[in-house]
Design a protein around this ligand. Structure first.
Ligand SMILES: Cc1cc2nc3c(=O)[nH]c(=O)nc-3n(C[C@H](O)[C@H](O)[C@H](O)COP(=O)(O)OP(=O)(O)OC[C@H]3O[C@@H](n4cnc5c(N)ncnc54)[C@H](O)[C@@H]3O)c2cc1C
Length: 450
């Protein structure tokens, strides 16, 4: 049973929702695998209201779980421990500052809304992810989201100028200035980037924007093997300054498409590249690099969208097969073929489905496993271990959430986890905000980093 907050009536009327029919959809995650429950949904509309709610939660010994767009693939956005759910959806202001090329946005603004708002100024935002219609800038900051343009612009950490937050102890920082430089000591706000809400609630973020490039082209080429994709990626990145994205589509992912691709299928799947130049100059470059291969090219907005949908729709096709367990691994790029093959072997042995795609240019492979729960559990452990043994990470961009807490010790030593729990105690004593995310209070067990 969720603890009540006993708020003044007019405030409660404005922010509290108790109707289960409204609350229920907020409790299911995007994959349908993780289902939480709560009796109370809070919808604050300002930084001040968030601060009031955190204070009330402290007073009543209640716990809060913050939710942005609920697109977490790590089980971090739904209330699994009966927390009160605090959605940021009403923190929805956008202020663009053309002079500094920044935008200060409420935590609940979706990426798609930001993109359309700043397009009016001729600007774009460096981080782009397929869940843009729902994912919020607060959630993306909290998870240090990466996405398709990390090669060029880095993850959220490289694109956040400043932020406002309410820490779990009730203290707040409000920074809406647009300074691109500020050397006044360590930034406490930066601690919140990638923190998945364990220190508190991000209420707004100021983001660095880019001038939109005049030209953009996309090309796809079939592969005989994923290693061939790595070789092409290495060549392109070393020679072509305008590379914007290098993405991988596994053969088993393409096979899930309801239609035939506009390229000859290759045994190793396909490679998608996006560059910020015209198609004719891209063709010249590919010729000069003696990349003697077939490319399907696109330069109009519609055609570019068409080619990208082959990559971005894979998650939807996988969801039609079953409720996937999503692993989000990164390894040094020259080991990505090894990771791919090991994952397929593990899945084959366990007789489960394994569908791979991802951001090949940054060595980030999304491995989607579909099968019975027991096989998923044992196979995922083997694949996490394989990634770490290859010099990689158990989470490249989705975060730890609740699903990967047990494997965090593969990446973070006991001493690092202890330091992290001390920081949580400092900023969010008693773990009022996001008590169940990233680290259990009694973290132990799991697998120790050797
Ligand atoms: C189809 C699809 C494609 C995706 N592609 C990518 C991709 O390419 N790259 C990538 O990085 N991710 C990707 N994701 C994962 C997901 O979209 C990102 O993790 C995103 O950043 C989550 O944003 P959100 O607003 O939905 O946050 P939520 O899912 O609501 O929350 C995520 C976590 O952040 C915390 N949180 C949310 N808002 C706040 C806040 N204001 N303050 C403090 N904590 C907060 C939550 O408690 C939770 O732990 C994809 C997801 C889907 C479904």
């Amino acid at each position: 049973m969720t603890r009540p907050l006993d708020l003044p009536t007019s405030f409660a009327d404005r922010v509290c929702v108790t109707d289960p029919d409204i609350i229920d959809p907020y409790c299911n995650d995007w994959t349908g695998r993780v289902i939480g429950t709560t009796d109370l949904l809070l919808r604050p509309g300002t930084h001040h209201e968030v601060a009031q709610l955190v204070q009330a939660a402290r007073q009543h010994r209640a716990t809060l779980l913050v939710q942005g767009g609920n697109t977490s693939l790590a089980g971090g956005s739904v209330p699994l421990a009966h927390e009160i759910l605090l959605t940021t959806e009403r923190l929805d202001t956008i202020a663009v500052d053309p002079a500094s090329m920044t935008a200060t946005v409420g935590a609940g603004v979706t990426l798609a809304r930001l993109q359309s708002e700043i397009a009016r100024y001729g600007f774009s935002f460096g981080v782009d992810i397929a869940s843009r219609g729902s994912a919020t800038l607060g959630g993306m900051t909290a998870t240090n989201a990466g996405g398709i343009h990390v090669l060029r612009y880095g993850p959220m950490a490289d694109n956040v100028v400043n932020l406002s937050c309410v820490f779990g102890d009730g203290s707040t920082i409000e920074r809406r200035d647009t300074l691109l430089k500020d050397a006044t000591g360590p930034s406490l706000q930066r601690l919140l980037i990638g923190s998945e809400g364990i220190f508190g609630v991000i209420t707004s973020v100021t983001l660095r924007l880019q001038a939109t490039s005049q030209h953009r082209s996309v090309a796809i080429t079939p592969l005989e093997s994923i290693d061939e994709g790595v070789a092409i990626s290495t060549l392109l990145r070393g020679k072509l300054a305008s590379v914007n994205a290098i993405e991988y589509l596994g053969p088993e992912a393409i096979a899930l498409s309801p239609s035939n691709p506009p390229w000859e299928r290759g045994a190793g799947g396909a490679l998608l590249i996006e560059v910020l130049e015209t198609t004719s100059s891209l063709v010249d470059t590919l010729d000069n690099l003696s990349l003697d291969r077939e490319w399907v090219l696109a330069d109009t907005t519609q055609a570019i969208h068409g080619l990208w949908s082959w990559r971005e729709d894979i998650a939807m096709w996988v969801a039609r097969v079953g409720k996937p367990l999503k692993l989000d691994l990164a390894v040094p790029i020259n080991r990505i073929g090894d990771l791919y093959r090991q994952a397929q072997m593990v899945a084959q042995d366990a007789r489960i489905q394994c569908v791979c795609f991802g951001h090949l240019g940054d060595g980030n492979l999304h491995i989607n496993l579909v099968g019975d729960d027991h096989s998923l559990e044992t196979s995922s452990r083997a694949i996490y271990q394989a990634a770490v043994d290859l010099g990689g990470t158990i989470s490249a961009e989705h975060g730890i959430g609740t699903l990967k807490k047990g494997v965090l010790p593969l990446m973070r030593s006991a001493s690092e986890r202890h330091r992290l729990s001390q920081l949580i105690e400092l900023f969010n004593p008693g773990r009022v905000v996001n008590p169940n995310v990233m680290l259990d209070p009694s973290q132990g067990g799991g697998y120790e980093r050797s």
